[in-house]
Design a protein around this ligand. Structure first.
Ligand SMILES: Cc1cc2nc3c(=O)[nH]c(=O)nc-3n(C[C@H](O)[C@H](O)[C@H](O)COP(=O)(O)O)c2cc1C
Length: 185
């Protein structure tokens, strides 16, 4: 028997680290859970008023990296401290950056995979800025690739458990997509 609730939510979320430059080329990074792919090469992120939000409006570009088990402290840190209040945020996080050659945004050196995004539209709704962006490229460390593809068993991306408020590892492969169901055909 299912219990009925008046509220619902989606969990878990992937943990995305958004990296931007400010108007002077100073890098920043923040943790974002409310981000999702909305088409083959497009994503949408819901942002409150943050330094990152201002930076995205300024440069119309950003990168999104996948948070990893090995970098969980830094990834959480950039989600709880704002560059508006802590000028040394990036140094304190331990993250260093390299400028993307495709967009005016930093790629975080310590996170193995970054997707490079250009803003298509900024929608102001529900008191938030919804950023709709096109993915124009990706950088991936050779160390997390198998047969030239990103290998999650090497990347160790983490998930955000919005109920227990913690980060979790991804588990085992339990069935092939578009193939597991064929047994029932
Ligand atoms: C797990 C986690 C998820 C978050 N998800 C979002 C999000 O989806 N959207 C948002 O606006 N802020 C989100 N935040 C808050 C920002 O990361 C945080 O306010 C950050 O300090 C902003 O940094 P900045 O002002 O330097 O850009 C999240 C924080 C955490 C810890």
């Amino acid at each position: 028997m299912k219990k009925s609730f008046d509220k619902g939510f989606i969990t878990p979320h992937p943990v995305f680290i958004i990296a931007t430059y400010d108007e002077n080329g100073i890098p920043d990074a923040m943790n974002a859970a409310w981000c999702g792919q909305i088409a083959g090469n497009k994503l949408a992120i819901s942002l409150s008023a943050h330094r990152t939000t201002t930076n995205i409006k300024t440069n119309q570009a950003f990168t999104v990296s996948f948070a990893t088990k090995e970098t969980v402290e830094a990834c959480d840190y950039v989600g709880i401290v704002s560059a508006d209040k802590e000028p040394d945020k990036m140094a304190k996080s331990g993250f260093t950056v390299t400028k993307s050659d495709k967009v005016n945004a930093p790629v975080i050196d310590q996170l193995p995979v970054a997707i490079e995004c250009k803003v298509i539209e900024l929608q102001e709704e529900f008191g938030e800025t919804r950023v709709v962006a096109e993915v124009v490229g990706m950088k991936a460390d050779e160390s997390v690739l198998t047969d030239n593809k990103v290998d999650l068993e090497k990347l160790h991306p983490i998930m955000f458990d919005t109920v227990a408020l913690c980060y979790r590892e991804i588990g085992a492969n339990v069935g092939g997509a578009w193939t597991a169901g064929k047994k029932l055909m």
